[in-house]
Ligand binder design. Structure first.
Ligand code: UDP
Length: 137
């Protein structure tokens, strides 16, 4: 099924110069990038994006991490892209993510409390619609 998802290159991906490599992986897979922009996330936007994590112990570090610098926000489109993009990203913890995945290949040891893992992808079709509306209002 052709789906849309919200994809993001997080501040560490941008500052470490990985934009090109990550976009190349998206294009190699054959996904279409329907929209793309560079944004400086605010704590207000992040509270809506990460609503399910507000109040958790790692949340302040997550906001600190996600406001370190600009991110690349994208709308991707393709067959089964929601789960397919998450497979290409790899699992949350970059030290455990499989080789061949973005997080597995480019991820580093955690620095501080936040898990710096380079990329984001919506975890369901419903979350994708919510996040696309939020970031591309
Ligand atoms: N995160 C964190 N500490 C944790 C769990 C998550 O810093 O213990 C961060 C990490 O950057 C992660 C984001 O919060 O990517 C969202 O967490 P989620 O469990 O939704 O992981 P994802 O879907 O990004 O793999």
């Amino acid at each position: 099924m052709v789906e849309r998802t919200f994809m993001m290159i997080k501040p560490d991906g941008v500052s470490r110069g990985k934009i090109g490599e990550i976009i190349q992986r998206i294009e190699h897979k054959g996904y279409a990038i329907k929209a793309m922009k560079m944004v400086q996330p605010t704590p207000e936007l992040l509270a809506k994006h990460y609503a399910e994590h507000v109040g958790k112990s790692f949340y302040p570090s997550l906001v600190q991490y996600m406001t370190l610098g600009p991110v690349i926000a994208m709308i991707g489109e393709g067959t089964n892209i929601v789960s397919g993009w998450r497979t290409i990203m790899g699992t949350t913890n970059p030290t455990l993510a499989a080789p061949g995945t973005i997080r597995g290949d480019l991820g580093r040891e955690w620095e501080g409390e936040a898990v710096m893992n380079i990329v984001h992808g919506s975890d369901s079709v419903e979350a994708a619609e919510y996040e696309i509306k939020l970031w591309f209002a």
